[in-house]
Design a binder for this molecule. Structure first.
Ligand SMILES: [Mn+2]
Length: 233
């Protein structure tokens, strides 16, 4: 059994499918965790949600999906009318959902599924979450603020405290776009800036193979695939 992680897809369904095929994940055996931010900015937010929801239903023990701050914003909009989401790609995402689901019930069910996902997932080796963890709150009682934690805030906390919180398990996450994926023994940021990163040529989507400590990158600007080893620091 190998373990895969992919995060911050931001509406790039093409890239997601390409990378899953390229990484050779066998979901009858392998584990795949989605780190949140499935939606906004890219052109097929609804398609990504539908695809991931189906995968979790088809492989319930193998595939796990987490909420990101973009799904949180969507939930705040749907539940409370909070308009913040609309200025972060929500308008386009609403249109994407309207196009993908003519049936309103089905549309709502997919949105509700996405914004009701858990804050973290843990197995015996790793803890997975969207942006980071707060070392002064127990793992089961993390505040929803962790969905917005920048890499700077997360990495500023002492790593020993973090590893105490997680029982020695490193945290696999996304949220802050980076050009390369590094592992410092306690944290690994896997957001490669799909449809987000300021430099267009560097925007990409990565799927991480945690078992072999390699990752596969899809460069969206020139549709190139690269295989890389995870850096150690
Ligand atoms: Mn993101």
């Amino acid at each position: 059994m190998r373990k895969f992680f992919i995060t911050d897809i931001h509406g790039d369904k093409e890239g997601l499918e390409l990378l899953l095929g390229h990484a050779g994940a066998d979901l009858k055996r392998d584990q795949l965790v989605f780190g949140g931010d499935m939606i906004n900015r890219g052109k097929d937010s609804a398609g990504v949600v539908k695809y991931i929801k189906e995968l979790t239903e088809r492989h319930p023990g193998q595939v796990h999906a987490l909420i990101g701050n973009h799904e949180e914003m969507m939930g705040d909009y749907i539940k409370n009318g909070d308009r913040l989401w609309l200025s972060h790609g929500g308008h386009d995402t609403l249109e994407s959902f309207a196009r993908a689901f003519s049936d309103q019930k089905e549309r709502q069910a997919h949105m509700e599924w996405a914004y009701s996902l858990p804050l973290y997932y843990a197995d015996e080796e790793f803890v997975y979450t969207h942006a980071g963890l707060c070392t002064v709150e127990p793992l089961e009682q993390q505040s929803r603020e962790i969905l917005w934690m920048t890499e700077y805030e997360f990495y500023r906390q002492p790593r020993e405290e973090l590893l105490t919180l997680t029982n020695g398990r490193p945290v696999i996450h996304g949220h802050t776009p980076v050009e390369r994926i590094y592992f410092d023994g306690a944290r690994m940021n896997c957001d490669m800036g799909s449809n987000t990163y300021a430099v267009l040529e560097e925007r990409s989507l990565g799927i991480v193979n945690l078992t072999e400590m390699i990752y596969h990158v899809y460069k969206q600007a020139d549709q190139r695939l690269e295989n890389r080893r995870i850096g150690r620091i």
